[in-house]
Design a protein around this ligand. Structure first.
Ligand SMILES: [Zn+2]
Length: 138
């Protein structure tokens, strides 16, 4: 038996829209056509977890992994893989092959807490004003 979701002629419309919007935004930001100053940096003078993210997208589009890691290692090692996993999970959800995007129960909570803790740790470490942490700034 097929659900209404799998019979829809617009299958993967949210996933495809998310990919298109992210790619367009990444190209605009990464190419410098659209220059947006980070509001956290502008307001507080510190790097947020995502600072350097648009340059990471541009670096990855050029195939320059070293420059991408230099701009924001956390984005390369955690955020980009997380986005890809969520993209696949979203596509599976839209296709009716999964019931949720996030792991259920205790495992889902552990992953969420670990991600939150890693974002906080990355933000603190990259803003420490002494070596070797100064190198983590965007
Ligand atoms: Zn920022």
């Amino acid at each position: 038996m097929r659900s209404a979701r799998t019979r829809s002629p617009l299958r993967l419309r949210w996933t495809a829209s998310a990919v298109a919007a992210t790619a367009a935004l990444g190209l605009l930001l990464g190419s410098g056509v659209l220059a947006v100053e980070c509001p956290v940096r502008a307001a507080f003078g510190v790097d947020c977890p995502g600072c350097g993210g648009s340059r990471v997208i541009a670096d990855l589009a050029r195939g320059d992994l070293v420059a991408a890691v230099d701009h924001n290692a956390f984005a390369v090692l955690v955020l980009v893989p997380l986005a890809l996993v969520l993209l696949v999970a979203g596509a599976r959800l839209e296709l009716g092959k999964a019931r949720r995007m996030w792991p259920p129960g205790r495992w889902g909570k552990v992953v969420a807490v670990a991600l939150g803790a890693s974002v906080i740790a990355w933000t603190v470490l990259r803003n420490l004003p002494f070596p070797p942490f100064e190198a983590l700034r965007a």
